[in-house]
Design a protein around this ligand. Sequence first.
Ligand SMILES: [Zn+2]
Length: 214
Amino acid sequence: MLNVHSFAFNPFSENTYIVYDENKNCILFDPGMYDAHEQMELINFLNEHQLKPQYLINTHCHIDHILGNTFISEKFGLTLHAHQSEIPILNMDRASATMYGLHYHESVAISQFIDEGDVIMLGKHRLTILLTPGHSPGSLSFYNADAGFVIVGDVLFKSSIGRTDLPGGDYDTLIHSIKTKLFTLPDSTIVYNGHGPATDIGTEKKYNPFCGEM
Ligand SMILES: [Zn+2]
């Protein structure tokens, strides 16, 4: 069974996820470490659990989700996996850093394009990729049926949804992504998102004020 560990990093309190299996293989999703202290926090967790990073993946490439990309890529020799439509978003990272008053950490480029229909294997465990645009044009979600979770980036939050006013964002597209891709997963599926607490599909289907029944 896969395990999921989360950190809240950087001034945006962005959730970085480590997904790991019983053989200590792991995937790093959206490493958002902003300074040496946050880098150490992540490295300490990897060391304590003796984890071996196999993949570096971005759900999407907004500035708060990419701040630790280069650190991870260089430390573990990993190439960055993300959707091709995120290239222009990643290319805006310098401007975004300036706009938000952040120190600029240039990200490595996306060298491995992934898309809906592709599968990421971690040991014997399968993560199915869903294309869920609307918050960002190439937002991807990663679903593991056995452990019953989906990593969604900033698509769906507890009682909220991702903002759609950033470049490449679109409200109707986002709602469509949530209803046709995420809401067709089992109700018990845990939703690990980019900010704030995890939730589950059943709860959001029922109570989310933007896309739920009520
Ligand atoms: Zn975002």
